[in-house]
Design a protein around this ligand. Structure first.
Ligand code: GDP
Ligand code: IMO
Ligand code: MG
Length: 436
């Protein structure tokens, strides 16, 4: 995809390829200018997408935004944003983000819409998330405690309340109370203020009404009219409920399948699938992480990379780039290109390691294994590459990167089997190398 041309009549999806926090928000913000509509398809407020944009009121300074539910396209004038049917929608968080935008002088009126089929995430989902984590004790998943698992559980159990249910408040409250009763029978009498929540939804329903949209119809019609759509993935492929490191995963399909079911747009309409891949690996929460560095090198990456969760503030676990994970993600997502992010963070490491293969019982594994018991026992093969000392933050052309940085990029490309078209060199909108 050209860095200049507007993309017409097609859908481009941007997905996380590791364990989340790869830098999806930044690329969405950069690409948004070339698209008509930016949509979220999966996940909920477990996502934390950070974007730094130039501050209009303070030249030379930047403004930082962290979005959990609002698509990053809201930061680009005139763009339409849609929260798709696959999203677990927590309206209080959503409206907090709208307030932040309005306070920053960014108009949201008639620019953001919510799918009528998106499931509503209530405070009781958060209470249950907390209870389940406590009950699991040492086996806890380390969720974001945003109620994601319990909300999707209700969806699959077929008792969930959806955005369109707000149209009839009487029916909505009856179903809501019925759900609380059912869930309290299952999980015990968890404490929270039922009446306060119902009052909130009664009040907010009028505000939500003009934003409700039959999103699958709207998005497909937009494509038919020649408009272009950018889908902002959430979480990451290794957190995917089917393909991730189960059970240490989130509760939706974070890989490309979720983009299709979470918007109602068929696979044949997807033109580009851009995978966001950090130049090293991070993970928040529990679960396997084969290339984790539990030493001063891991600490160094965390400090230089600012690796602290955008949603919970938890320190992110850090480790070497894992090409087995990368290759698995390229396959799962049918990636057409990659944005390698945070290459600048690796400046100053004398040597860099990349995991190239997993061996189990002396045999090479063909792909990422399903069993966590196998993962515990694997032997990891690494290659070692020379590092570089130069600051990459001002580099804008691929050929201006230090030779060893190019070597590192090209080695990753070769190992994972997909072209790296974008390279991140800092947090800002301009800190990106386009390599067509
Ligand atoms: P997301 O959830 O995938 O959108 O990623 P997060 O926002 O949770 O975490 C990515 C972090 O890395 C954010 O703080 C970004 O501002 C930052 N970031 C993104 N790309 C780059 C890059 O190329 N270099 C540096 N240094 N930081 C980056
Ligand atoms: P973005 O979109 C990083 C992780 C949680 C936990 C597991 C399950 O910012 O990349 P959940 O609350 O979903 O039930 O937690 O998944 N997780 C993420 N980690 N980035 C995310 O999103 C994540 N979304 C969920 O830390 O380990
Ligand atoms: Mg994040």
């Amino acid at each position: 995809m050209s860095s200049q041309a507007k993309v017409l009549g097609n859908l481009t999806a941007v997905v996380g390829t590791q364990w989340g926090d790869e830098g999806k928000g930044k690329l969405i913000d950069i690409l948004a200018a070339k698209f008509d509509i930016i949509a979220r398809a999966t996940g909920g407020a477990n996502a934390g997408h950070t974007i730094h944009i130039p501050d209009k009121n303070n030249p030379g300074q930047s403004q930082k935004f962290v979005f959990h539910l609002v698509p990053a396209g809201m930061l680009t004038d005139g763009k339409i944003c849609v929260v798709g049917n696959g999203v677990a929608m927590h309206l209080p968080t959503f409206f907090e983000e709208i307030e932040v935008l309005e306070k920053a002088g960014i108009s949201t009126a008639e620019r953001i819409f919510i799918s009528d089929r998106a499931h509503l995430l209530f405070e009781y989902h958060k209470a249950i998330d907390e209870l389940q984590e406590m009950a699991k004790d040492s086996k806890k998943i380390g969720t974001t405690k945003r109620g994601i698992g319990p909300c999707y559980t209700d969806k699959i159990r077929r008792i969930g309340l959806r955005v369109h249910d707000l149209d009839n408040f009487e029916k909505f409250s009856a179903k809501y109370l019925e759900n609380v009763e059912t869930l309290q029978k299952m999980y015990g009498k968890f404490k929270y203020d039922i009446q306060a929540e119902l009052n909130y939804y009664k009040e907010i329903s009028l505000r939500v009404k003009p934003m409700i949209l039959d999103s699958a119809y709207y998005l497909n019609e937009a494509l038919d009219k020649g408009q272009s759509i950018l889908v902002e993935g959430a979480n990451g492929a290794l957190l995917d409920i089917d393909h991730g490191t189960y059970p240490y995963v989130t509760s939706s399909n974070a890989s490309i399948g979720g983009v299709v079911t979470g918007t109602g747009i068929g696979v044949t309409k997807i033109k580009n699938i851009v995978g966001i891949m950090k130049a090293y690996t991070t993970r928040v929460g529990e679960g396997p992480f084969p290339t984790e560095l539990n030493d001063e090198l891991g600490e160094k990456i965390r400090t230089i990379g600012g690796e602290f969760g955008a949603t919970t503030g938890r320190p992110r676990r850090c480790g070497w780039f894992d090409a087995v994970v990368g290759k698995y993600s390229v396959m799962l997502n049918s990636l057409t290109s990659i944005n390698l992010t945070k290459l600048d963070v690796l400046t100053g490491f004398p040597t860099l390691k990349i995991a190239t293969n997993y061996k189990y019982l002396n045999e090479y594994l063909k792909s990422f294994p399903a069993s966590l018991d196998v993962l515990k026992e694997i032997e990891i093969e690494y290659i070692e590459l020379p590092g570089w000392e130069e600051d990459l933050s001002k580099v804008r052309k691929y050929q201006d990167l230090p030779k060893n940085a190019r070597l590192y990029v090209e080695k990753i490309e070769e190992l994972v089997g997909c072209k790296i078209n974008y390279i991140g060199t800092g947090v800002g909108r301009d800190d990106m190398i386009f390599r067509d």
